[in-house]
Design a protein around this ligand. Structure first.
Ligand code: MG
Length: 312
């Protein structure tokens, strides 16, 4: 089996001014980072995490490499925050997926409350465990999963990259089957939509990664768009793995708007056209400010016309 179609969509949402999510698009390696911290700190933390993966060797990686890279990213963010007071306390989630086509498996590395889901035979299943307060309260029976979904503290995470000198990521491997679709997402998706809504959006789009990604972001914005939304989807299909070093797989890096990790070479099976979608939400705060300025200009012109009329 091998990697099939892949897609990523990142969106500022409807409430935030900037996008502090980052992602890594370096097939067969993918990741999502959701930064936290004041001013630009969250963006910096997420960016360092993504850059660390982008800078990894191009030789085939394994689970141990993934754990090492996550620790390395942790140290880089931690040290930056010590040396740069403006970024003190910054951190990020990090959910990494490494597709091992030869082994028919995906290795995951995970810290925080971004999520990985698998869709198999139409059934959506969360395969990462949130490192969050509410997840721990559900685990210990204090909250029901339904209460956790609406809990005001649901964004509080108990493990993050860069907030301590060391971090313990969850690293695990799962077997895959042709037809599996994987979704990595930031909490801007999973806080806005229930699992039933996520599953329904994927089903409506027939599991097409690009269409599903756009539909998920559209739905999350329709439900309020309270946070930055990033979704990255990849499917596993029947077929022979293409050697990593095969030049034919190399195509231009997807265009980014600075939210993603950027300059990664994009490798993809030739028959499966990779699609990259990035967009900002059009009716965000920027749009509203423009509308208010326009209204003010109209009022000023009306007042001047009125004044000119009276003065005559
Ligand atoms: Mg978030």
């Amino acid at each position: 089996m091998k990697l099939g179609r892949i897609a990523v969509v990142t969106d500022t949402g409807r409430r935030r001014l900037g996008n502090e999510d980052a992602y890594v698009w370096r097939p067969p390696l993918f990741a999502i980072a959701d930064g936290m911290g004041g001013a630009k700190a969250g963006e910096i933390a997420a960016g360092i995490a993504a850059d660390t993966l982008e800078g990894a060797d191009s030789r085939p990686l394994d689970a141990d490499d993934l754990a090492t890279l996550i620790s390395e990213a942790n140290v880089r963010i931690w040290e930056r925050s010590l040396n740069d007071p403006a970024t003190a306390g910054m951190g990020t989630t990090f959910t990494v997926a490494l597709v091992d086509e030869e082994a028919g498996a995906v290795v995951f590395g995970h810290v925080g409350d971004s999520r990985a889901y698998r869709v198999r035979d139409g059934v959506l299943e969360q395969i990462t465990t949130d490192h969050s307060l509410v997840a721990e309260l559900v685990e210990s029976g204090v909250l029901t999963p339904e209460e956790a979904e609406r809990h005001p503290q649901r964004s509080a995470i108990t493990r993050a990259l860069g907030t301590e000198p060391e971090v313990e990521p969850d690293v695990f491997t799962i077997e895959v089957a042709p037809g599996d679709l994987f979704l990595l997402c930031s909490d801007g998706l999973s806080d806005m939509l229930t699992e039933d809504q996520i599953a329904a959006a994927i089903e409506r789009t027939d599991g097409d990664p690009t269409a599903a990604g756009e539909e998920l972001v559209r739905k999350a914005n329709a439900e309020g768009g309270d946070d930055n939304i990033t979704v990255l989807l990849f499917e596993i299909v029947e077929g022979e793995p293409v050697p990593l070093a095969d030049e034919a797989r190399q195509t231009a890096a997807p265009e980014t708007d600075g939210a993603g990790a950027g300059e990664a070479p994009l490798a993809e099976a030739p028959e499966a056209e990779p699609v990259e979608k990035l967009r900002k939400h059009g009716a965000g705060p920027g749009g509203r400010i423009a509308a208010i300025l326009f209204l003010l200009a109209v009022l000023v012109v009306a007042a001047l016309v009125l004044y000119w009329g009276i003065a005559r």
